[in-house]
Design a protein around this ligand. Structure first.
Ligand SMILES: NC(=O)c1ccc[n+]([C@@H]2O[C@H](COP(=O)([O-])OP(=O)(O)OC[C@H]3O[C@@H](n4cnc5c(N)ncnc54)[C@H](O)[C@@H]3O)[C@@H](O)[C@H]2O)c1
Length: 252
């Protein structure tokens, strides 16, 4: 399926991976609507920017209304994600506040935005890309996320449920649904894990680039594969690899 002239929506497009995805899709000929809670999204080259919060239903509906006015929607990248440190013995109120903050974006936002976009994708087929993370592929990961970001961790495991179910349900409409499960990629989120906002030297020398992950996204779209989590591993070639057997496609 050629993407030229088709509309792509990217959530969380102001910086990091979302910005790279939006720019790459625009370079591939898409009319891209990128949105974010940060106003920097208005300055992403080649991209129509919009300030909107994926955790708010009215914002989601405004985004999809604007995108549908730009042409036929063919790609949705559920990229916006957020995290906080919430150790399991932290205060109850903190845990409940962090739950709402993280899950409303990482899961409820994905659910709302996807539900709003799916009727458009069902017309001519298309692609949903869910931004997951490397540790949901335990057969390949050599560790887990930081243990004090357990709510973020849980949100990414839960995302698998959407990828898996939607891929199967939307197969009849030629809508492909996949997850991207990268390890450390140099973005403001990754830098935010460190007190100085600088990557430690040993990580800085191997960390992946958002532009390279955007290239992997284009390969996933071009492959026509669906219902998979695609890994990207620090220190290894970034590739979509050979298609694994069905029982290994989500968990590796
Ligand atoms: N960077 C990594 O190493 C890495 C690894 C695995 C997975 N991921 C995932 O990739 C995605 C992008 O991560 P990143 O590293 O570029 O993060 P980032 O924090 O640098 O960028 C995320 C963007 O999403 C926006 N955003 C957050 N909440 C939003 C909301 N409610 N509505 C709209 N926009 C919102 C932020 O303002 C920000 O611009 C996330 O889902 C993240 O969990 C990142």
């Amino acid at each position: 399926m050629s993407l030229s002239g088709k509309v792509a929506i990217v959530s969380g497009a102001a910086q990091g991976l979302g910005r790279a995805f939006a720019i790459r899709l625009a370079e591939e000929g898409c009319a891209v609507l990128g949105f974010d809670v940060k106003k920097e999204v208005l300055d992403v080259p080649g991209v129509t920017g919009m300030v909107a919060d994926v955790s708010k239903r009215e914002d989601v509906e405004s985004v999809v209304s604007k995108a549908s006015g730009m042409g036929g929607i063919a790609v949705l990248v559920n990229n916006a994600g957020t995290w906080r440190k919430t150790p399991v013995d932290s205060p109850w109120q903190q845990a409940i506040d962090d739950w709402d903050f993280i899950m409303d974006t990482n899961l409820k936002g994905v659910m709302m935005l996807s539900r709003a976009v799916v009727p458009f994708l069902q017309k001519d087929g298309g692609h949903i890309i869910n931004l997951s993370t490397y540790y949901v592929l335990p057969a390949k990961s050599d560790g887990t996320n930081q243990p004090d970001t357990d709510l973020y961790n849980a949100s990414k495991w839960a995302l698998n449920g959407f990828t898996d179910a939607w891929a199967e349900y939307l197969e009849k409409d030629n809508v492909k649904v996949n997850g991207m499960c990268m390890g450390a990629t140099d973005t403001p989120m990754l830098r935010g894990l460190f007190p100085t906002k600088q990557l430690p030297a040993e990580m800085a020398s191997v960390v992946m680039k958002a532009e390279d992950i955007a290239g992997q996204m284009m390969d996933i779209i071009a492959s026509g594969r669906t219902g998979e989590n695609f890994g990207a591993w620090v220190g290894e070639e970034i590739t979509i690899g050979v298609q694994p057997p069905l029982y290994k496609r989500i968990t590796g």
